[in-house]
Design a protein. Structure first.
Ligand code: CMC
Length: 428
């Protein structure tokens, strides 16, 4: 953190005035350091972190007003155009894009360690056939912490790096297992020679050795992963940081992130979009549905964002990818897609949505692509988790190597009883 150049004075109204240092951001909003605020006898209060920076980070930056996102300073548009998900992963984890030799090593490691842990089939056997994939994935990631006790306390850089790379390598197999368990299909091992995205598609959909991965689909899938790889201090990432701050096993912290991501206000939105489109059912019902949104009976899923108050830049790229995939699969006449496009058009032109700055977010389009690829709705959030594992691990690593890091411990505004006289229960 840079030396504070300026301060903010807070008058607590009781004769005490305290100065708090301001730290400069390299880009975006500066912060006031309120760590000593409690000495005033009050806490700062910000329950949903609307104005609170919970950490210092050098990984990802979002300009919500301008609709910009960058990983380690590189605009997401340039990365989506030129880089694979694994190149983006290397960048997020290490701060720099890999050179050719580093990339070969990184990609080679992922291919070599891509098989699921041998005890996992036994874990999956314990789930009912229609178990929710996110419930299985959270449990699977947690289980892998039991299979790798050596990563519990990652004191040195080499062990930490190994722990991180192993989980990234194994996530595609675990997500594929969720799908195949639901479909009552045998698990499939990764295939040598396939890239990260193609291998996931192979482990998910292959019925026999003749299965061929469509390169357009593999490229689109890889882009979905890259676009979802990290997103500042969102709910699941903050969950990973908070869970990890206790010093727990890194995979247990990632499992906490998986479980947080599941909710429809976060990663579960892509699944909720398709559910919403199915409920609307037909283009003729869109106007009535939109009226219901304005009457606040329900929300337009896949729209709006806490940080983006302009277009979500990932949504722009995803929209183009959506057209590429539907063209490649000959599905652009798909009624659900037509319905989605009608909804998008109305929302982008309607003053209600414009005034509230509600634009399509990445999940509006990713659900449509994933459906076209052949994944059932319930699987969508697992794909988000597969991608975000990279961001979660990058953020966990950044926190753990920070010499000043402490266990997270929010305060509260207590509004319960101040004190009561105990009255024993009459148990007669
Ligand atoms: N549909 C209709 N109205 C909305 C929506 C929506 N999707 N989102 C926000 N609003 C309205 C809301 O009713 C409120 O109106 P008013 O000021 O009249 O009370 C206003 O906009 C502000 O809403 P908010 O709930 O205070 O905004 P937030 O920043 O807390 O919520 C959000 C952000 C993403 C949870 C919300 O926009 C939402 O529920 N969107 C739908 C779910 C969704 O698509 N989530 C995926 C987010 S992108 C993936 C990710 O990064 O996780």
């Amino acid at each position: 953190m840079s030396e504070a150049q300026k301060t903010v004075k807070v008058d607590f109204g009781n004769g005490s005035v305290t100065e708090f240092p301001i730290y400069k951001a390299s880009i975006g909003q500066d912060v006031v350091d309120f760590r000593t605020f409690g000495k005033s006898g009050m806490w700062s209060y910000d329950p949903a972190f609307l104005a609170t920076a919970a950490c210092e980070s050098k990984i990802t930056y979002i300009d919500g007003e301008k609709g910009k996102l960058s990983y380690r300073g590189y605009p997401i548009e340039q990365l989506a155009e030129n880089s694979t998900h694994l190149e983006g992963a290397y960048l997020l984890l290490n701060g720099e894009l890999p050179n050719a030799a580093q990339l070969k090593d990184f990609v080679g490691f992922m291919a070599e360690h891509g098989a699921a842990c041998h005890n996992l089939p036994g874990l999956f056997a314990g789930f009912q056939r229609d178990a929710q994939p996110m419930a299985m994935l959270g449990a699977a990631v947690n289980a892998v912490s039991a299979y790798h006790p050596e990563f519990f306390v990652c004191k040195d850089d080499a062990t930490r790096e190994l722990a991180i790379k192993k989980l990234i390598a194994k996530m595609p197999a675990m997500v594929a297992m969720c799908y195949r368990h639901n479909q009552n299909l045998p698990f499939v091992a990764p295939k040598q020679g396939l890239d990260y995205a193609s291998n996931f598609l192979h482990m998910t959909f292959a019925k026999d050795d003749n299965y061929k991965v469509d390169p357009v689909i593999a490229k689109a899938f890889d882009r979905i992963l890259l676009l979802h790889a990290d997103h500042e201090q969102n709910a699941s990432t903050s969950t990973v940081r908070l869970a990890g701050s206790s010093g727990t096993h890194p995979y247990a912290a990632i499992a906490a992130g998986v479980n947080c991501l599941w909710g429809p206000s976060h990663g579960g939105a892509n699944e909720a979009v398709l559910k919403m489109l199915a409920e609307i059912g037909d283009v003729s019902k869109v106007d009535e549905f939109m009226q219901g949104v304005k009457d606040k009976k329900y929300r337009l899923m896949g729209f709006g964002h806490r940080v983006y108050k302009n277009m979500d830049p990932r949504a722009n790229i995803m929209r183009r990818t959506c057209y590429e995939v539907l063209d490649a699969l000959g599905k652009h006449d798909d009624p659900i897609f037509k319905l989605a496009m009608k909804l998008e058009k109305i929302a982008l032109e309607d003053t209600y949505f414009i005034e509230k700055k509600l634009y399509p977010n990445v999940d509006f389009y990713s659900g449509i692509i994933l459906r076209a690829i052949g994944l059932p709705n319930e699987m969508f959030t697992t794909i988000f988790a597969l991608a975000r594992t990279v961001g979660w691990l990058s953020q966990w690593q950044e926190m753990i190597v920070d010499p000043d890091f402490k266990i997270g411990r929010p305060r509260q505004l207590y509004t319960g009883y101040a004190s009561r006289d105990y009255v024993a229960i009459d148990k007669r």
